[in-house]
Design a protein around this ligand. Structure first.
Ligand SMILES: [Zn+2]
Ligand SMILES: [Zn+2]
Length: 350
């Protein structure tokens, strides 16, 4: 299938239109017309090869929402016209212990990333959602619940599940005390989801002006990380802190905020951190953990949960040709809170 996307050709180049083919349907494939694609900070990191495993031409995008336009004969759960979604992975081994538990994100062989990965059968590089169409194995296609505004669903597929999964892993619910560091794409979803799960939620920020936004998103309070008296008073006050900061930073100020057995879970920064002292870890049996996205069952659970509670990311819609400017703004954290590309703005030549 001929399609058009936007690609970068090298770590230094800008995104530009790029025509390419999607594969013919294999026996268990679903063909999707992409309607919307969220813009994730990882897209920028991968485009610039910040993590060292990028391949080019690189079509980013792993927050995909669309409509089924074709299904292979053996596809059971989807039909033409269904509203569906695809997140950060498009395949995994499906037979290892993790895959069998529905934790495909932790596949022993490594899951196949939606872009910058390699197809498990042909070994061709995978290409993401900054494009008009995608072909995905049925098991990695998700259903968008009826009633959710399609134009705002996309960021749930990465920012949403990346924050929902640790909330579920650490059994967050009524009575839980959750801190959220960083109020960007991930952070604003962490606040919405933790508060919808019944937790009391505090945004930890060095910007007092964020207090209004934090409350609007559902947080109970803002803790100013530059206010040492307030930080001291908040010590041992959290069961879970979700740290969404996407760059190298220092954990030491945050560790004492955890209660005994509390956990700070890193979901933003991929790479080195400033060195943490072990004192608060040993003294309070506190933990530092990391968490990627969730598995396919958990991602569907998130979509259904958001469908029931009508939880949606706050999005700013852009045209495909505004993407370079959007990336520049994302780097300056100048977005509330996630850009979503309206793929109708990208024309495919006949
Ligand atoms: Zn992402
Ligand atoms: Zn596996």
């Amino acid at each position: 299938m001929k399609t058009r996307g936007y690609a970068v050709q090298s770590p230094k180049s800008r995104l530009a239109p790029y025509d390419f083919d999607r594969r013919e349907l294999r026996f268990n494939d679903v063909a999707i017309e992409i309607l919307y694609c969220g813009v994730c900070h990882s897209d920028l990191h991968q485009a610039r090869n910040d993590w060292g495993w990028s391949n080019y031409p690189l079509v980013p995008g792993h927050e995909i929402v669309g409509r089924v336009i074709d299904v292979a004969p053996q596809v059971k759960h989807y039909k033409v016209g269904d509203h569906v979604a695809v997140g950060c992975m498009v395949d995994s081994c499906m037979v290892c212990d993790q895959c069998r538990k529905g934790l495909e994100q932790l596949c022993r062989e490594g899951n196949t990333q939606t872009y910058c990965g390699f197809d498990r059968i042909t070994n061709e590089p995978t290409k993401g959602g900054y494009s008009k169409h995608i072909v995905v194995r049925e098991d990695f296609v998700l259903r968008v619940p009826d009633g959710l505004a399609l134009s705002r669903v996309a960021p749930l597929l990465c920012a949403g599940i990346t924050t929902y999964s640790p909330l579920r892993t650490w059994n967050i619910g009524p009575g839980s005390r959750v801190g959220v560091i960083g109020l960007g794409g991930l952070g604003h979803m962490a606040v919405k989801l933790a508060s919808a799960l019944g937790a009391s939620v505090t945004v930890v920020s060095r910007t007092p002006e964020k207090a209004v936004d934090a409350k609007e998103l559902g947080a109970d309070a803002l803790l100013l990380s530059t206010d040492s008296a307030a930080m001291e008073k908040a010590a041992s006050g959290f069961d879970l802190i979700i740290d969404t900061i996407p760059v190298r930073h220092d954990l030491n100020p945050y560790l004492p905020l955890l209660d005994v057995d509390g956990t700070i879970v890193l979901v933003g920064q991929v790479g080195p951190l400033a060195e943490p002292t072990t004192v608060p870890l040993i003294v309070g049996r506190r933990r530092i953990a990391g968490s990627p996205i969730g598995g396919i069952p958990e991602t569907q659970e998130l979509l259904d949960f958001c469908g029931r509670k009508n939880i949606l990311p706050d999005c700013e819609m852009i045209r495909m040709d505004q993407i370079n400017e959007a990336w520049e703004r994302m780097e300056r954290a100048d977005v509330r809170y996630r850009f979503v590309i309206d793929m109708a703005s990208l024309e495919v030549p006949a």
